[in-house]
Structures are given as structure tokens and as C-alpha cells.
Design a protein around this ligand. Structure first.
Ligand code: NDP
Length: 327
């Protein structure tokens, strides 16, 4: 049997995942398909939901290989691909594999390093681009508040908002993240939500209320933002970082807060916006080249580091797009 090292789920995590929930094993390499080797594996918060069967893309059970979006190099020409092509696809956390041709997508040559196809110009970038341009639609001078603002989604939302002329306030959970948001991403204001009194800081930075809130976390941070919505506010509900590691249903924000502000609240699912990807790639790359949009990557080296790197992400200890560099 042709086999290759891979990462499998050993047992369902209880609470915050630990590295022992995963194991290194071997998986068979299929005999047909596009032969590839992994370059970068994307670690994403939604994977935690898959481990509990709470994500729309389905359950990963003990014994199953871990899978996520991956950037790969084509090893053998065929199926319309040439050896050396850089591609992306949903793939197991595995060194070598053959993938069904229909699940393999070329990575535009302009996207370099190729890891960006998993971050600021990948799925997180598309989430941010759709969230800002389709859901929030900022006008110059409006106040935009973003949670998990130093992550690939939040940082891109915040900077696209700034480029559109909004007054942008980011929330993040470490000194290093807050400094980066102020000095590199050039946000107007930053709140260290773990150190500051969140409600006092929001009152200080948003005296006229919040026109747009992009929520990546849910819970009390969402509640505090909703309490301060300005008339006609828009809220994009994108993620629930504060809930992924728990089975307890949340104490949700009071719908009365939405009614009082006549706010428009919309759920964001990136898969609805795939048609926007080419426009997003061109637009975000242009902003990076112009020096208007910064990004950060948090790369751990080696397939065997993937379990602990994923656990760091779910503890909130990553700073930037969480990736594993396989080779
Ligand atoms: P990040 O790299 O930003 O990682 C998550 C961050 O969340 C952490 O680093 C941490 O930063 C913050 N955080 C806040 N509260 C908690 C908590 N209780 N436990 C752990 N971390 C916490 O992730 P992404 O940018 O990739 O994703 C951001 C959000 O967007 C996620 O909720 C994700 O699920 C969602 N998403 C939704 C999509 C959709 O289609 N709706 C598509 C893509 C992503 P800090 O130190 O600042 O607290």
C-alpha cells in the first residue's frame, strides 16, 4: 500500500482541545487523482465545530483524518495540471496524496507567498471582503467596531473599513496584538478587552454609538457592542470564538437592543460569496502592494506540529493567520 504520514483525530475534545486529542498516523494515498504534496495547511476556528458535529460541513469522528483547506504543489503532471503548479483544495493533514481533479483549484501566480491563498487573499479574506462590502457597506466617517481584530478575518475587515473611510476601533486580547493593530494596521483606536473595562472603553471610543459592528466572538463582547448600536446600525454576525469550546448555550444579546437601534443584523457565511473571490483577490492584493493593508501569519513548521498549533488557535494564543508549513 502507498501510504503517507497524516494527522488523525484520536478522541473528541472536551472544552479547549489539547494536542493529545490528535495522533500522527498513516493514510493510504489514492491510486487515482492529482498527485500533490502539502505545502501549507490552514488551521481555522470552524474546525472546532466539526469536531463536535456542530458545523455545516459535517462531523470529524475519532479515527478520521483531520482535513482543511491546504496549499499544495502538483507532483506529477496530468488532469490539466503540470508538475510544480501551486494549487489549493480541501485535503487531509497529510504529506502526500492524490485529490479528485474537481476539488483542486490553481492558486493565481500573483498570490505570493502562496500561503496568502489561505489567509488574507483566501477564505478569511473573502469573509472580510464580503462582510465589509456586501453586509456593512461603510460610509466615510462612520464608526466600525471589530472583535478578534488581529486575526485574518478581523484585521482585514478593520483595514478595509479604514480604507473605505470609516473610524475603526479594534478589540484584541494581548499587548502585542494591540500594538500591531495601532502601529501596522493603523486603526484609529484599539481596546485590549482583557485588560480594560470593555464598556468604559467603548463609551470612550464610540461616544456617538457604533454604526457597524463585525462580530467574530459572540458572548459578552457582542452584548456590550449591541448595547451601544447607533440608529440604523449594521451588525455582521460572523463567528463565535467565545462559544466554540463549550457545549453550554449562550446567554444571547437581548433582541430589544436590535429593535431600539432599528439595526440590520445579518449572518455571514463565506460560502455564499464565492463568486466574489476573483474581485477580492485583485482588490486585496492591490491594497497590500500599495501598503494600505497589512497581514500577519502565525506559521508552525512540520506536519507533526499541527495538533498543538490548532490547540493554540482555539486557546486564542495565535497572532495572525494560523498555518502549518508542511515542508
Ligand atoms: P483568528 O486567527 O482571529 O483566531 C481567533 C481569535 O479569536 C483568537 O486569536 C483570539 O484573539 C479571539 N478570541 C476572542 N475570544 C476568544 C475565546 N473565548 N477563546 C479563544 N479565542 C478568542 O481567527 P479567524 O480570523 O480565522 O476567524 C475569526 C472568526 O471568524 C472566527 O469566529 C471564525 O469562526 C469566523 N469565520 C466565519 C466565517 C463565516 O463564513 N461566517 C468564515 C471564516 C471565519 P484575541 O487574543 O484578540 O482574543
Amino acid at each position: 500500500m502507498d501510504a503517507s504520514p497524516c494527522v488523525k483525530l484520536k478522541r473528541q475534545p472536551q472544552g479547549v482541545p489539547v494536542a493529545d486529542d490528535f495522533e500522527i498516523g498513516e493514510a493510504e494515498v489514492a491510486s487515482t487523482g492529482v498527485e500533490c504534496r502539502s505545502l501549507y495547511i490552514s488551521l481555522d476556528p470552524y474546525l472546532r465545530g466539526r469536531l463536535s458535529g456542530r458545523h455545516l460541513t459535517g462531523l470529524i469522528s475519532p479515527g478520521d483524518p483531520m482535513t482543511s483547506e491546504t496549499v499544495l504543489e502538483v507532483v506529477e503532471s496530468g488532469h490539466g495540471f503540470v508538475a510544480g503548479d501551486i494549487v489549493r483544495g480541501h485535503a487531509p493533514w497529510q504529506h502526500r496524496m492524490r485529490l479528485p481533479p474537481e476539488s483542486v483549484h490553481p492558486v493565481d501566480r500573483q498570490i505570493r507567498p502562496a500561503s496568502l491563498a489561505l489567509g488574507v487573499v483566501g477564505m478569511p479574506g473573502l469573509t472580510a471582503f464580503a462582510g465589509v462590502h456586501r453586509l456593512l457597506q461603510p460610509s466615510s466617517g462612520e464608526t466600525l467596531l471589530v472583535s478578534a481584530a488581529a486575526g485574518p478575518v478581523g484585521a482585514t475587515v478593520a483595514q478595509l473599513g479604514r480604507i473605505a473611510g470609516a473610524h475603526v476601533i479594534g478589540m484584541a486580547g494581548s499587548d502585542e496584538k494591540c500594538r500591531w493593530l495601532r502601529e501596522v494596521a493603523k486603526l484609529d483606536a484599539v481596546i485590549h478587552y482583557k485588560r480594560e473595562d470593555l464598556r468604559e472603553s467603548l463609551d470612550c471610543h464610540c461616544p456617538e454609538g457604533i454604526d457597524m459592528y463585525f462580530d467574530n466572538v459572540g458572548g459578552d463582547v457582542l452584548q456590550a457592542a449591541m448595547e451601544r448600536l447607533a440608529l440604523g446600525a449594521r451588525v455582521a454576525l460572523c463567528g463565535l470564538m467565545s462559544q466554540y469550546n463549550t457545549d453550554e448555550p449562550p446567554a444571547g444579546p437581548n433582541p430589544g437592543l436590535i429593535i431600539r437601534a432599528r439595526a440590520i443584523v445579518r449572518g455571514l457565511v463565506v460560502y455564499d460569496h464565492e463568486a466574489l473571490r476573483p474581485e477580492m483577490e485583485v482588490s486585496i492584493q492591490r491594497e497590500i502592494e500599495n501598503g494600505h493593508l497589512a497581514y500577519k501569519e502565525d506559521i508552525s513548521e512540520g506536519l507533526e506540529t499541527a495538533p498543538e498549533a490548532f490547540c493554540r488557535l482555539m486557546r486564542g494564543d495565535n497572532f495572525g493567520k494560523a498555518l502549518v508549513k508542511v515542508v
